[in-house]
Every structure is written in structure tokens, then in C-alpha cells.
Design a protein around this ligand. Sequence first.
Ligand code: ATP
Ligand code: MG
Length: 584
Amino acid sequence: MRWSQYFIPTLREDPADAEVVSHRLLLRAGVVRQLSAGIYSYLPLGQRIALKVMQILREEMNRIGGQEFYLPALHPAEIWQESGRWSAIGDDMFRLKDRKGADMCLGMTHEEVFTSIARNEIRSYKQLPQVWYQIQIKFRDEPRPKSGLMRLRTFIMKDAYTFDVDREGLDRSFIDQREAYKRIFTRCGIQFSIVEASSGSMGGSESSEFVAKTPAGEDLIASCSNCGYAANVEKATSRLPAIEDEAGPNAPEEFPTPGVRTIEDLTTFSGGAAADRQIKSLVYFATLDGEARPVLVLLRGDHQLHEVKFTDAVGATAVRPAHPEEIRDLMGAAAGSLGGVRAKEIARRANKNLFIIADYGLKGRRNMTTGANKDDHHIRGVNIERDIEVDQWADLRTVTSGEACPRCDSGVLEVYKAMEVGHIFKLGTKYSESMGATVLTKDGKEVPIIMGSYGIGVERIISAAVEQNHDDDGIIWPKSIAPFDVVVTVTNIKDERLREAGNKLYRDLQQAGLEILLDDRDERAGVKFKDADLVGIPYRVTIGKKISDGVVELFDRQAKQSEDVKLTEIVSRVQKLCSLAAHN
Ligand code: ATP
Ligand code: MG
């Protein structure tokens, strides 16, 4: 391609509304343009990058026996009603009606469509296992589309689905996918970790997330440098030091606490208690079977609730904190004076059935202090198992840096920001049972197919690659997904000799099988160098005055080093560098 005719609208200045690095650089380098919130167009450079990523995805899926499909993005409501997700998924789903008034949606993911194919076509264990995948557009009406390509409302996903006759088969398919994912991210130049994660609305037993560490990430990962334990904080736990409580009184005692509204207030109040000797009480509404039910959530005073853990623990489709008026109606007190003692009884007076869930960190604790469900009053001497009717114990608290690793003896957890780039799930029979996808086993028994589902976002790979590979001058594309291998920069296009040499080298490098961008623009050399650095092509060959000595300059974008190379040797030299990269 000749830069003079190729469409690369680079920007000198940082776009005002772009906060994260990848967003800023992808706009500035002329890779993408925004159409609307969470909706972007790939410009020619972007399309080249995306195609490279997709090629790597294809090669690695095909290597493990994946068969490529292409499914519709427009789905009838029926299949989503059959799986139960038509109602389980909220506003994230784009829904519409066709001209006859039938409900339709735009696919957020394709478990339902793949399962509907499997149930119609697969009858016998002899046809299994199957590994199916596609690279296709997805639609999700994300509540907060932001950060450039990281959270989009329409994006490209490689999604794969495996179908096995038994659990052992699923285990093998899952490992195959995990190994393929490792190769994919490695080939794309992304540093990643594999972490335990919540399965959320996908269902199923086990799931692993592939995450790329970056300050732009929206996920928090807790990991142990000692034993390698790593989990999304949605799921991560830690080991708490044991606490010995004094026995306390035989029954809880109420006491006045004028003006005390928070855990912190009570730590400094005379007759109060340290935060780890308080019970934090939060009123939530959890949506179960379409109905919002009140739940009292109890945690140690110095611990923070993790809403995803809570959602998973109660099996809700959504949770939200209760509003102040709702809290008063239910408990007869303000948020700062709530507690678990007699809470069910109090809620019953408001004709409400209150469910109480408590964090494991409170198990066995005695002589604790909490709100009295009466404004400006608290209760001390609370022995949790004696005084509070807990319906469910669960892991609800958010782990923080510095806590002890739950898996090894001496490790300490570090919590860092990361971006999810891939997610693999053991679905089990959630979809095959609800949608009736069964096969006959060897013994002639009819069993639901055991499924797995595996997704990678193309735009997340592109964003992560930029987040992890850039400097002050611009993007440094990993060689495997760079839009071009080399840019040949002619310093002065008006100089006939330089122009001719540029044209010839352009042809020679192309003939050597490389993808070349020839910068033949009528611009100052400085402008061209700046643009090349911003766009991030791995190598630049500069044709300047030294051509009269038969010498050109080879610049390595990543090392930021240049050296003089004889014109007669440059093709083989560059070819070698690029083929080395291809084997990485
Ligand atoms: P997140 O927790 O970030 O919303 P998710 O768990 O909803 O992700 P999955 O449903 O597992 O994601 O989708 C598989 C992959 O698709 C993700 O690992 C990610 O790479 C990509 N992906 C998901 N949502 C988006 C989005 N809104 N924009 C771009 N890529 C996305
Ligand atoms: Mg999501």
C-alpha cells in the first residue's frame, strides 16, 4: 500500500473524551472511529489488525479440531425462552419485533442457536465429540459502554462450543480449549493470567477467565505470588486470622447511640466497638424468579460486600441496595441503625419475608455489636449463632491486597486491575436439558449432551495489545497482529533517486512475501517518522541521503534503535526479522 493513497487519518492531539491509553491511541493512529456510544467502525488499518487476530483464532481453533460455522445474529425469541434466558437476561439484550409482531433479539452469545442445531442433528454418542466455533458479531446493550474498544455494544467474538457424551469428555474439551487460548494470547503478544471466575448468567460449574493486566482494566484480580493462586475478586477468598471473642452477656443488650450512623462512628463512640467486632447490616433486594425479595446481608464491620458473590450465592438474576424509604418501611429504622437481631420478626410486621444471609467471616463470632433496628440505638453482646436467625452462610466479602492466600501457608494476595480477554465455561447440561438436546449412549440410554462454551473478544485482544505495548510516541504492535510488517519511508519524495529506490524496495519486499506500507507522501521526514511511530509498525526502513552510498536505515519500533544496512542486504535482513517474529 502507498501511504499517499491509503486512508490513515492520524491525529496530532489526544481526543478529549478518550481516557484510557488504548482508546486514545487507536483513535490517534487512525485505526477506528466512533459511531455512537460503544459502537465503532474499523478503518482500513483496524480491519487489517482484526483480520490478523481472527486468522490466529481460526488457526488455533482448527488445530484442536474446531469446525467453523457462521450463525445468524438475529434470533427468534423462542429459543431464548426455551433456555430461560429470555426472562433471565435484562436490558443487556437488544430486543425487537418483526413486521408480524413476533419477538426477536440480537444475539449476545450463541449457546441457544448452537444447541438448537445439535438437538436436531445429533442422535448418537458416535457423533460426539463435536467442537464448533464461529467468529461473529455480538450485540449487548452494556450499561456503561466506555474505554474505546474495551466495552462495546456491538463487537466481534470467537465463540466455541463443545458437545460431549460424558463429563470426562467435557474435561478433555475444556483442556483443549484452555491450551488453544494460551497459544492464542501468546501469539497475539498479550501477557495474561488464567483466573477462577464467576459463571454468572451463563450457568455451569467451572469457569476460567483469561485476563490481561492493565490499569485500564475493569476487573480486579487477586493473586498469590507464592503459589500462583489467582481469582477474580468476584470469586477470590483469603484466609482470615482467627479471632478469639470473650463470651459476653447471656443476652444482647440495647444501648443508646445518638448520632452514630456508620461503622466508623461506632468505633470512636464511647461504649462502641472496633470495626472487626461489629456486624455490618445491609438491606438488598434480590430478584428471584422475577420477584424482588428483601434480603438482609451481614458482614464483619470492616469487610466490604461483593455484589457478584452475593448474587451468585442467592442465585438471583439481579440485586440492588434498598432505597432509604424501603429500608424504613421494612425495618422501621434508618440504614445506620440496622441489625440482624429480631430482624425477621420486625419485617414480618411489614408483611415481608426477610431472608438473612451472613458472610463466613462472622461464623462463630460472639459478643458483637450491631444496630438495634431503632434509630440511634445499637445492641452489644450479640452472639451470632444464638441471636440471629441466619438462613444462609456464604462467602460474600471482597478480598483486599495484603490478606493471606487461601491456598498456601505463607503467600500474601495482591489485588490488581485487569481486562478480561477470554472466558471458558463448563456448561454441563444447562442448555441441553432445557432445550432437549440428547443422545443415545453405548448402552442405548438417552442422556443430555454435556456442553462447554468458550469466548474471546477480538476487540479486547486489540485493546489489550495496545494497553500492554505502547510508549509515549504511540502503539508498538506485536508483530503477529501488526497491520503491516514494514513501513518504507522515503524522506524526500521530490528527490527522483530516493523515490525510485523506495519504489524498488517496496516491490522487492512485497515479492519476499512481506506486507509493506510505502510512505510516499509529500511531507517532511519528521512528520512521517512521527506518524510511523504512532501507527506502530514494527520496522521502518528509511530511504534518505545515504542511498548514494548504497545504505538505508533500519529502525526497530520496539527497541527504538536504528542501524545502517546495505541496500543489497536489507530484504534478507527484514525477511529474517519478520519470520523470526512469525515463529514466536
Ligand atoms: P465482562 O465481564 O467483561 O462483561 P463477560 O463475562 O460478559 O465479560 P463473556 O460473555 O464471557 O464476557 O464473553 C466472552 C468474551 O467476549 C469476553 O471474555 C470478552 O473478551 C468479550 N466481551 C464480552 N463483552 C464485551 C463487550 N461489551 N465488548 C467487547 N468485548 C466483550
Ligand atoms: Mg458482560
